[in-house]
Write a protein that binds this ligand. Structure first.
Ligand code: NAP
Ligand code: ZN
Length: 365
């Protein structure tokens, strides 16, 4: 007998409740208030009242279907911090009243080789994104943190350090882990020379975390005027990437470059600044590169161009604990939920210093 349940059968088996949220029904429509259904907790779940939610450029890509495949209604938000309001009988990790965090991942198969190595973000059977993921438990698709509450399997909930400013901690759940994971994978430490391309949400966290690990850090920015900020965030140097002489001055220098640019751009300029054996890791733009990637400097310098997506749950907890110990948080601008459409326009103009965070109390007004 076939024991697999269809999505509809799963949905019927789990009771749900209505929750207030902010989302959109189409790529063109602005985000607006709506109601969504969250499952009532199962023995393995944690329910969290969302206090703050960061605004990632991926939220905008998803709301506007930049990558294709957005399921509507779409409720973005995967930089979630809040307080536990209810807990399933089998959960021992946290208790009601504790602070909790949820990042970009809410489920994975937990049995494949990747999951067994704590690399749920590379789950061979497909991980479930916090939004726009196929919800294996309730059916339908997942809704993110632009909402009052979220219900998540306990294993995918993070412990949040209590010594940090809570609103400024939210962006660690995506911008933090997405830059931490490559820094750790490529063994960045005090002898490393790291560069970061783009001073936005991910970029400013990459600077802080690389600095926290002891590296020498350079920022590449195309926006004159961000230099002072970059130095204040911890960068040792700033290169304006549109200035050829400045680019030439750092030729062959970096062990690792974290490229956070969200749109197509010429990666070859930056490959020239990699040291022998250096790696440029793309975390932003998804798609074909234009102009094409020239393999000559890769081959002649044993250089690599790689990619990386978010980080696993254990690694996210490691990053949060590191931030707690080193007092690292995001530089944020706190907004109301109702300001989200303006925030997206400002993000497109790189006019955010350096992460919008939504005060979710505004959704209750
Ligand atoms: P963001 O806050 O908008 O920052 C992006 C920065 O890139 C901007 O501040 C700007 O920096 C630079 N930039 C923007 N447009 C550019 C262009 N056309 N050409 C060159 N530089 C440009 O975005 P974010 O939230 O950090 O996200 C960055 C990207 O990472 C997005 O595509 C997002 O979807 C993706 N992302 C990936 C992962 C992952 O797991 N791999 C996780 C989260 C987000 P300057 O003004 O300094 O040049
Ligand atoms: Zn994100």
């Amino acid at each position: 007998m076939n024991t697999f349940k269809t999505t509809i059968e799963v949905a019927e088996a789990i009771s749900t409740k209505d929750v207030k949220a902010f989302g959109t029904h189409s790529p063109e429509a602005p985000l607006a208030e709506m109601n969504i259904e969250r499952r009532n907790i199962t023995p393995h779940d944690i329910e969290i009242e969302i206090l703050y939610c960061g605004v990632c450029h991926s939220d905008l890509h998803t709301a506007r279907n930049d990558w294709g495949g957005t399921m509507y209604p779409a409720v973005p938000g995967h930089e979630i911090v809040g307080r536990v309001t209810s807990i399933g009988s089998a959960v021992t990790k946290l208790k009601v009243g504790d602070l909790a965090g949820v990042g970009c991942l809410v489920d994975s198969c937990k049995t494949c080789d990747s999951c067994k190595q704590d690399l749920e973000q590379y789950c061979l059977n497909g991980w479930t994104g916090t939004y726009n993921g196929i919800d294996k438990q309730s059916g339908g698709h997942t809704f993110g943190g632009y909402s009052e509450k979220i219900v998540v399997t306990g294993e995918f909930v993070l412990k949040v350090p209590s010594n940090l400013d809570l609103a400024a901690t939210a962006p660690l759940l995506c911008a933090g882990i997405t830059t931490w994971s490559p820094l750790r994978h490529w063994n960045v430490g005090k002898d490393s020379k790291v560069a970061v391309i783009g001073l936005g949400g991910l970029g400013h966290m990459a600077i802080k975390l690389a600095k926290g690990l002891g590296a020498n850090v350079t920022l590449f920015s195309r926006t004159p005027g961000k230099e002072k900020d970059a130095i204040a965030l911890g960068a040792d140097a700033v290169i304006i990437s549109t200035e050829e002489t400045q680019m030439a001055s750092v030729s062959g220098q970096f062990d690792l470059i974290i490229d956070t640019v969200p749109y197509v751009h010429d990666v070859n300029h930056y490959v020239a600044t990699l040291n022998i054996n250096g790696t440029l890791v793309l975390v932003g733009y998804l798609g074909g590169l234009e102009p094409v990637l020239n393999t000559v400097p890769l081959i002649l310098g044993r250089k690599a161009v790689a990619g990386s997506v978010i980080g696993g749950i254990a690694e996210t907890q490691e990053m949060l604990d590191f931030c707690g110990e080193h007092n690292i948080v995001s530089d944020i601008e706190l907004i109301h939920m109702q300001d989200i459409n303006d925030a997206y326009e400002r993000m497109l103009k790189s006019d955010v210093r350096y992460r919008f965070v939504i005060d979710m109390a505004s959704l209750k007004q």
